[in-house]
Design a protein around this ligand. Structure first.
Ligand code: GLV
Ligand code: MG
Length: 351
C-alpha cells in the first residue's frame, strides 16, 4: 500500500508558524491564466491595465525566457507584484523546474519579497508526488519565516509521460494542490508523439469512414482530438481530489478558430480554464469558459422545477431527475461565479 499521512497530519502545517492548509480551495474565477514575460519592461508597464481584463496574471520564469534573462525575469516579477494592486485578479508565477539551477532562488526570492501577494506557484514538469512534497515543505518553511498569512498553492503542469502515469498521486500529494494544466508541447516530446505543434489537433490523427458497399462513395476522414485521453485522465484525477483542471497553451496564434475548438473540448470535458499566451486568446477563453446563455437559462428552469433536487419532471420534452439537477447546478454555479466578475454576462444570464 502506498504510504500516506494520517488525515490529521495531512492537514497540519508543515512548518511551525506556517498558515493552516486550506480544507477546500478558495472559490475563484480562473477562465484564463494569462502569461506575461516579466523581464520585458514594456509589458510590465501595462500590467495594471491587463489585471483588469483577465482572471489570472502569471509571470513566466520558465520556458520561453532566454537563459541570460532568467534573473531579470525573477526580479521583474517581484517588481510587478510589488507595484500592482491585483484586486480580485489572481497573481501566479511559473517557476523554473526542480532540476534547474534557478528554481531554488525563484522560490526563496519571490516568497520572501512578495509571498503575501502570491496566490499560486505553477510547477513545471512534475513527475510524481515527491516533486510536490519537496515544494510543499519548502513553501511552509518560507511562509513561516516571512509571515505569509495564507498558503501559497501549487499548480502542477502535466507534461511528462511519468507525470501522466502518476497523475492521481500528484493530485493527492498535498492540500496545497490547486490544480493541473495539460502541457502539450513538453508532453508530446516526453512521449515521443510525432508533432511539432503546441497543442491542437494534427491533420493525420483521425479515423477513416468505412468504404461504402458500392466501393465508389468517397471515404471521409474525421480528424480527432489528440489530447482527449490525457485531458480526461487529468479531469478525473483533479475532480476526485477537489482540484481544478486546465487546458494549457495553444501555440498557433494565427488560428483563433482551432484555439477555440481546443479550449471548448477541454471545457466540455470538465476543464475550468486555459492559458492565454497572446492577448487575442483572452476573449476566446472568456467566451469558451463562461457557460452558454441558453444552457444557463435552461439549467435555471431545471433548478426552479425541482426545488429540493429530487424526483422527475419533463421540461420541453426532456426528462429531468436528481442527476440532471446536479448537471444544471454545475452550470448555474459557474454562471453565478462569472456574473460576480462580468456584469455584461450577468445581465445576459438574467442573474
Ligand atoms: C507547456 O509548458 C507545454 O510544454 O506545453
Ligand atoms: Mg512545458
Amino acid at each position: 500500500m502506498a504510504q500516506t499521512r494520517t488525515p490529521a497530519k495531512h492537514f497540519a502545517p508543515l512548518a511551525i508558524g506556517a498558515p493552516e492548509p486550506f480544507r477546500a480551495l478558495p472559490v475563484k474565477l480562473e477562465r484564463m491564466i494569462h502569461f506575461v514575460p516579466p523581464h520585458n519592461d514594456k509589458i510590465r508597464a501595462k500590467i495594471k491595465d491587463l489585471a483588469g481584463q483577465v482572471d489570472v496574471v502569471l509571470g513566466n520564469l520558465e520556458d520561453a525566457v532566454p537563459l541570460d534573462q532568467k534573473e531579470n525575469a525573477r526580479k521583474g516579477f517581484i517588481q510587478m507584484a510589488r507595484d500592482t494592486d491585483f484586486g480580485a485578479t489572481g497573481l501566479w508565477t511559473r517557476i523554473n523546474c526542480l532540476n534547474s539551477p534557478w528554481m531554488l532562488d525563484d522560490v526563496i526570492d519571490i516568497v520572501s519579497s512578495v509571498g503575501n501577494k502570491l496566490d499560486v506557484i505553477m510547477l513545471p514538469k512534475v513527475e510524481g508526488p515527491w516533486d510536490i512534497h519537496y515544494l510543499d515543505q519548502l513553501l511552509a518553511q518560507l511562509e513561516a519565516k516571512h509571515a505569509v498569512a495564507k498558503p501559497i498553492l501549487i499548480h502542477a503542469i502535466l507534461e511528462t509521460a511519468e507525470g501522466v502515469n502518476n497523475v492521481e498521486a500528484i493530485a493527492a500529494a498535498s492540500p496545497r494542490m490547486h490544480g493541473m494544466s495539460l502541457g502539450p508541447a513538453d508532453l508530446a516530446a516526453s512521449r515521443g508523439m510525432k508533432t511539432t505543434r503546441v497543442g491542437g489537433g494534427h491533420p493525420d490523427y483521425g479515423v477513416l469512414a468505412d468504404a461504402g458497399k458500392d466501393g465508389a462513395t468517397p471515404r471521409n476522414f474525421y480528424q480527432q482530438d489528440l489530447w482527449h485521453y490525457t485531458v480526461g485522465k487529468m479531469v478525473d484525477a483533479c475532480l476526485a481530489y477537489g482540484l481544478k483542471p486546465f487546458y494549457g497553451p495553444f501555440g498557433d496564434f494565427s488560428d483563433a478558430a482551432a484555439c477555440e475548438a481546443q479550449f471548448r473540448n477541454a471545457y466540455l470535458q470538465g476543464c475550468l480554464g486555459a492559458w492565454s499566451l497572446h492577448p487575442s486568446q483572452i476573449d476566446i477563453a472568456k467566451r469558451v469558459f463562461s457557460p452558454d446563455v441558453a444552457e444557463v437559462k435552461f439549467a435555471l428552469r431545471i433548478l426552479d422545477a425541482m426545488p429540493d433536487g429530487t424526483g422527475a419532471v419533463m421540461i420541453d420534452g426532456k426528462m429531468q431527475d436528481d442527476a440532471t439537477w446536479k448537471q444544471a447546478k454545475v452550470i448555474v454555479d459557474l454562471a453565478r461565479l462569472v456574473a460576480s466578475r462580468d456584469p455584461e454576462r450577468a445581465s445576459e444570464f438574467g442573474l
